[in-house]
Design a protein around this ligand. Structure first.
Ligand code: HEC
Length: 492
């Protein structure tokens, strides 16, 4: 497993964990909301019961109790001490008085549904021991009696039921039957208790549905994440395969290029060797030809007529030209084959030396040299460059009344940039392309003699040094040759 696979795997587990946490958090929130809703609903229910009972109690107290016909089941109110408890109407009907708490209890017991909630009246000092407060009720009443003026207390003491209590206080109508009460005193309370079980059951059904929904969403998410992970891994695998095949293609391509280059270099070397040996071997027969022509002319000169002498002269001139051509070709071939002997070269000294040599043959020319920087290169080859370019400049400006040749340099992009400018014949830039090619000439040979090899040599030397050479000119407006060379590191 490589690094890419490991990050993929790690991402996968991270996303998985994030998704699980998200779903769990959502469910937890839902669970909490539901439980809160459950308590609120139960509390509301308990309050509703208190409201109802309170309304009854108020009415009953306003009446001061109610009279009913005594029956076997209900002969009279056993706890009521009241002078008018049992009365007989003028028509002879017997009636008995029921106290408000009694009647309310009757209603409460009839209404009580164990699943919906019960209610009752309680007191800390009950007339009827049935009305004694239980532990929770006692705590509530104690706290109310102790000055807590809360209107009601709602609580879910054991978590099994919701309980609520609303106190009531003694008023003058009470005193008829409760002589111990003082007006405004806490008398007791109505308490309601609502079982939470039915709500919980409802809640549980909803929670189960929610759990099922969350579970389904979770599993669907897992499946989606799993699929996406597989797709990413496949994709990464494909990419690796592509990269591998691309790499092997590159290697193959490089191998082929190297093989071709090797072939080409060999062919080129063979060609150069061939041209070198041909040129070299041509020199001896040419010298012989030339020598014998001279001999013949000197020995037989007086026997020849003017036309025949002219022919000999032409033979000599052509032999000389051919000799120059062969020398130049050998030079060209040498500049290509000989290894570069790199050294720091003081171009300034070199250029002045070349100029001094050549100026002798061109006394009319003015040659200006600006300081040139030191460069790195083969001193002999660089000398050849200057010799060829200065010779060209002098040759093409020789017909001017005042030939001027300028040599100068600047530093561009870490390279020495030299130029040699003349005010001579120039040339049409349309021919600039073939200027540096072997045997190519931009002027007719009759106008300016030459073999057409000099600039090819210049180009070869400069390029072997990692430089560039180019020219700017216009017909009859002079020419400027530029070239660049690597600067010497220890120039001042
Ligand atoms: C007609 C007489 C009568 C009147 C009026 C009356 N009560 Fe009662 N009350 C009783 C009797 C008798 C009981 C006990 C009966 C029972 O639980 O069956 C009782 C029960 C209670 C209880 C329940 C605790 C206990 O003592 O058993 C409270 C609290 C109470 N009365 C408060 C009041 C208040 C407050 C008023 C006035 C707003 C009031 N009563 C008016 C007769 C009366």
């Amino acid at each position: 497993m490589d690094a890419g696979d490991k990050t993929l795997q790690r991402d996968f587990y991270l996303i998985l964990a994030a998704w699980s946490i998200l779903v769990a958090a959502s469910f937890a929130w839902y669970f909490w909301q539901e439980n809160k809703g459950l308590s609120e609903t139960a509390a509301k229910e308990a309050r509703a019961i208190l409201d109802r009972d309170n309304a009854y109690r108020h009415w009953l107290v306003e009446q001061g109790g109610v009279y009913v016909k005594p029956s076997e089941k209900l002969p009279g109110d056993p706890y009521l001490k009241h002078p008018q408890r049992d009365v007989v109407t003028t028509a002879g009907m017997r009636l008995t008085l029921l106290n408000p708490a009694f009647v309310l209890r009757e209603v409460q017991t009839r209404q009580a549904d164990p699943m919906r909630g019960r209610s009752r009246v309680v007191s800390l000092t009950p007339l009827n021991p049935q009305n004694a407060a239980d532990a929770w009720e006692r705590r509530g009443l104690d706290s109310l009696a102790g000055g807590n003026d809360r209107f009601e207390i709602v609580d879910s003491p054991a978590g099994a039921q919701m309980r609520a209590m609303r106190p009531f206080f003694a008023s003058p109508p009470c005193l008829a039957c409760h002589p111990d009460f003082a007006d405004g005193q806490l008398a007791g309370a109505i308490t309601a208790s609502v079982p939470l079980a039915p709500y919980q059951e409802l809640n549980n059904t909803e929670l189960r549905a929610a759990a099922l929904g969350h579970g389904t969403i979770w599993v669907a998410g897992l499946a989606g994440i799993g699929l996406a992970h597989r797709r990413r891994r496949q994709h990464a695998g494909q990419q690796r395969a592509w990269a591998l095949s691309l790499e092997s293609m590159n290697v193959e391509l490089e191998r082929r290029v190297a093989a071709r280059t090797e072939e080409l270099t060999r062919a080129l070397r063979e060609l150069e060797a061939f041209s070198y040996s041909v040129s070299h071997d041509l020199r001896a027969p040419l010298r012989a030809l030339n020598g014998y022509a001279h001999l013949l002319r000197e020995s037989q000169g007086d026997k020849l007529d003017a036309e025949q002498r002219g022919m000999f002269e032409r033979i000599a001139r052509n032999a000389e030209k051919m000799g120059e051509l062969i020398d130049d070709i050998l030079e060209y071939s040498r500049t290509g084959r000989e290894p570069l002997k790199r050294a720091a070269v003081d171009l300034d000294v070199l250029a002045r030396d070349v100029v001094r040599e050549q100026a002798e043959h061109h006394p009319a020319a003015r040659i200006d040299i600006a300081p040139l920087p030191p460069v790195v290169g083969d001193p002999i080859m660089l000398r050849q460059v200057f010799a060829n370019l200065v010779a060209n400049a002098l040759k093409f400006s020789a017909r001017r009344a005042q030939p001027v040749v300028e040599i100068g340099a600047s530093v561009d992009n870490g390279m020495a940039h030299c130029f040699i400018r003349d005010n001579g014949a120039g040339f049409d830039m349309a021919h600039a392309g073939k200027l540096f090619q072997l045997f190519q000439r931009v002027h007719h040979e009759r106008e300016f003699p030459g073999t057409g090899v000099g600039l090819a040599i210049v180009k070869r030397i400069i390029e072997r040094h990692g430089g560039r050479v180019w020219a700017e000119a216009a017909p009859d407006a002079g020419a400027t040759f530029h070239f660049t060379l690597p600067l010497s590191a220890n120039r001042s």
